[in-house]
Design a binder for this molecule. Structure first.
Ligand SMILES: [Zn+2]
Length: 277
């Protein structure tokens, strides 16, 4: 499932093809995604100029001249790619094409159809029902240990579980939560509310470092997630604990402490019980 760094990578990959471009046509093919497309989705976007692409958590926003905003979510298996020149005939899972006047096609493919696309306006974006309850953006300039500490206050559940809740911090999924907790030396089983002060500081730094490194590496490639140019990302090679069950801990480095895998709220967690407390 694409996480925040993958979505940011997709945004960056789409920018050259879409920003400043006029959409010549928008083709929507049935069946619907997780939510039905708005009836006027293609009509409202056709002929409009894409001013810029932005991101909030795992949502991509396509800001149109005139004030409309297309909201795009990749779901579990959605990906976008840029095709220059003539696009090949669409496959079974190619649900949407955005064709620009300059001749590029941005094609959305989503075999499991958990993704979604909808429309809103600049004025209504912040209060849109999909967006309004999302927690603080971890890569925003105003995200810090105080913001994180406040979000964790009073939460008795394990920190791992609380961090997966999109209302705590936006856009964190299973991979980057495991990696951030490892890097900050915090046990995934620790009660969230006890992560305050110095611990909150360490965790904040770890979350930001892990996300920026992933963005720089071009997004990871669990499942069949593709970057817009069709190239697979490679951040997965840099995971320290995720998927490393039974391997010796790269931090303890003694050979006697191995990465453990446990289940928390139905999701796998990878950690070292020696150096994460
Ligand atoms: Zn360790």
């Amino acid at each position: 499932m694409p996480e925040l760094p993958e979505v940011e990578t997709v945004r960056r990959g789409l920018q050259p093809a879409l920003e400043g471009q006029i959409l010549k046509s928008v083709i929507v093919r049935p069946p619907n995604l997780r939510l039905p497309f708005p009836k006027d989705f293609a009509a409202r976007l056709t002929g409009c100029k894409v001013e810029r692409l932005s991101r909030r958590a795992k949502y991509l926003f396509m800001h149109m001249k005139g004030g409309d905003v297309a909201i795009i979510h990749l779901g579990m298996t959605g990906h976008l790619r840029v095709i220059d020149g003539n696009a090949p005939a669409p496959g079974k899972h190619d649900h949407v094409d955005f064709c620009t006047k300059s001749g590029a096609t941005v094609r959305f493919r989503d075999p499991r159809r958990f993704g979604l696309m909808t429309l809103t306006t600049e004025e209504k974006l912040e209060t849109h029902r999909l967006i309004k309850n999302i927690g603080p953006e971890p890569l925003a300039n105003d995200f810090n240990d105080k913001v994180l500490g406040t979000a964790l206050k009073g939460r008795a559940a394990p920190i791992k579980v609380v961090l997966l809740d999109q209302k705590t911090v936006a856009g964190l999924g299973n991979i980057y939560v495991s990696e951030s907790l490892f890097r900050s030396g915090i046990s995934p089983k620790r009660q969230a509310k006890s992560v305050q002060g110095g611990r909150a500081e360490k965790l904040t730094r770890a979350i930001q470092e892990v996300l920026w490194e992933a963005i720089e590496a071009g997004g990871s490639t669990l499942k069949d997630h593709l970057q817009p140019d069709g190239e697979l990302g490679y951040f997965q090679h840099h995971f320290k604990v995720y998927g490393k069950e039974g391997k010796s801990c790269p931090n303890c480095n003694t050979g006697s402490h191995v990465i453990k895998k446990i289940m928390q709220s139905g999701r796998s967690t990878f950690y070292c019980s020696n150096c994460q407390r």
